[in-house]
Write a protein that binds this ligand. Structure first.
Ligand SMILES: [Zn+2]
Ligand SMILES: [Zn+2]
Length: 271
């Protein structure tokens, strides 16, 4: 089966230690057919002075690697445009910039709730997690409605960083209605969701979101599903992709998707 990882970060994401050339070599050596480079761009820090240059550098390097590995590896230009609700004008601007670069794949995501810090660095002792988690879902709904994305990524991102006691006491039913609403908006707009498999190699031990949400998305009529490792290190590219495939299959899909030129490509599981 064609293996395409739709969520990776290279050296242009400040939190990644990968390098694009090394990722390409790792992919080829490990039978991975392709990946999307989806470096970070959070709507709330778009105007850091180095950001525009950085995005230009990613695009340039992706083009160079496409040329170098043509016929051996499919590399697409993506972006992870997070916090889109922070300032819709800024988001519009960033989307237009990405379009002018002829980008292939736009991931929409959320890393924080309101003005709180990114869940990766938040102090869980100082917050009421359930309140923030609900807030996070309401903002995801806003993001879905803005309709500047191909897929909505890692819908349960805050759980990646939540300590065990928080996870043990979490009642997911509090967000189920709003998750349904998000799915309906995405489906109506012909958009998809991501099965983020990073949690399989992390302490969390499961996907973001878990399989039951992929199944629910399908039940409501969802058709577009991508699989992403969210790799930040060369050797994480497509890590546990096979398990991701199993989860998507068990949720009722007989294919998964990746994007080229902002259009979904369907990869059947029997190939
Ligand atoms: Zn993310
Ligand atoms: Zn990411």
């Amino acid at each position: 089966m064609f293996i395409f990882d739709s969520h990776t970060h290279c050296q242009y994401s400040s939190d990644a230690v990968s390098d694009l050339e090394g990722m390409c070599r790792f992919a080829i050596e490990n039978g991975i057919d392709g990946f999307a480079v989806t470096d970070h761009c959070d709507g709330n820090w778009h105007d850091r002075p180095f950001e525009t240059k950085r995005r230009e550098s990613v695009a340039k390097e992706v083009r160079a690697m496409q040329e170098k590995y043509r016929g051996r590896l499919k590399i697409t230009l993506g972006i992870e445009l997070a916090q889109q609700d922070f300032n819709p004008d800024v988001t519009n601007h960033l989307v237009q910039e990405f379009e002018s670069q002829n980008g292939d794949f736009l991931i929409g995501s959320m890393h924080r709730a309101g003005m709180y810090r990114d869940f990766s660095v938040i102090d869980f002792d100082l917050i009421d997690f359930n309140t923030l988690f609900e807030m996070y879902y309401h903002q995801m709904l806003t993001t879905a409605k803005l309709n500047h994305l191909d897929v909505l990524a890692h819908m349960t991102y805050p759980l990646r960083y939540a300590p065990k006691d928080v996870l043990d006491n979490l009642d997911m039913r509090t967000i189920d209605d709003i998750a349904d609403e998000i799915f309906k908006v995405l489906i109506q707009n012909g958009k998809g969701i991501e099965l983020n498999i990073s949690g399989l190699r992390q302490a969390y031990g499961d996907t973001f979101p878990k399989q039951n949400y992929i199944k629910r998305f399908k039940e409501l009529g969802g058709e577009i599903i991508t699989i992403g490792s969210d790799s930040h290190v060369n050797t994480e590219v497509a890590k546990f992709f096979d398990r991701g495939v199993e989860i998507v299959k068990a949720a009722g899909f007989d294919y998964y998707c990746y994007f080229e030129q902002r259009k979904p490509v369907f990869v059947p599981f029997d190939k």
